[in-house]
Design a protein around this ligand. Sequence first.
Ligand SMILES: Cc1ncc(COP(=O)(O)O)c(C=O)c1O
Length: 359
Amino acid sequence: MNSEVRINLNHLINNVNYLKSIMSNSEIYPVIKSNAYGHGTLKIAQKLSENEIKTVCVATCNEIVEIINSNIKLNIFHLGKIFLKKNIMQKNVVFTINSINDIKYINSVCKKNNYVLRCHIKVDTGMRRLGCEMIDFCDIYKLALKSKYIKLEGVYSHLSSADNKNSKHNSKQINNFKKIVNQVKESNIKFHLLNSAGVFNYKDYLYDFVRPGLSIYGISPNKKVNNNLKPVMEFLAPIILHKQIKKGDKIGYGCSFIAKKNMKMAIVQCGYGDGVPIEFSNRGQVFYEDFQFPIIGRVSMDLICIDITKYNQKKNIDKVTIWGGKNKYSRLEYIANKFNTIPYVYLTRISNRVERKYV
Ligand SMILES: Cc1ncc(COP(=O)(O)O)c(C=O)c1O
């Protein structure tokens, strides 16, 4: 008996359609890096391609190769640092230019291969991560337009604090991006700036494309649940043993839980080796219908122990939900917030031994 994640592909499409409904004319470039945020790259890519999505975003060269090899009909937008190999120099792959050195590199590799590469320039408007310096943009832009080996199609940036509507830094970055947009005179160049949180908080700056990740998987980027977004992933694990615990019994590694009274306990086949965060030890919960059962003791590699004393129904509980599913407290927005972290971390840490079932 194993833990599993159920991936509801209809929810994925519901979420994409909802995002479309709140945007005017800008096109969605869903972000499917890091194994589609733990949901499985190829199944997610396939479903998106069947539902009018033309382009997906990834971060690494291996992620490009995985999609190319699958023959799924999608354009692939590479958000990462450019590194060219013959197998990814294809007409459906679009690369990012971050510096003058990237232009020199593209020119030298593409000259040898007599190849014209589709590119966007990324500008660092204030996040101080990827993207060229604002001051270098004009030179990079001119060099890209002049190059025989570059087909410049877009210019973009990324906000550091899009989930915080009150951030003055967002206004600064948006103003910087506007300055960049004003320097671009060619009408065929497209612009994009926003991730999921940006789509909700900065609707005036949708530009030509948006790059939502988290929200297409049904999780609100704004910490509070948005009922229009339906969680795509439900993480489930089987109960494999029941025990009667006596007052004073010590549970699990390190005896970190000592029973204050007699209890009914269940042991669940799922631990940090599957992706249950260690910080759930003595603080997390699992879910079954309307019930919430506390995790007691330390999360082990393969197992967790839960207190089911309050369970008063006849029906046997076969599986519990770690997150996702119908119980409103099982939404990752709540859980991540409780543990002072972000849902992305939990989604992407589901390990390989957890079977993904697509429904
Ligand atoms: C450049 C870029 N755009 C878009 C996204 C998608 O962000 P989100 O998942 O918050 O929508 C990311 C995610 O890390 C990113 O790095």
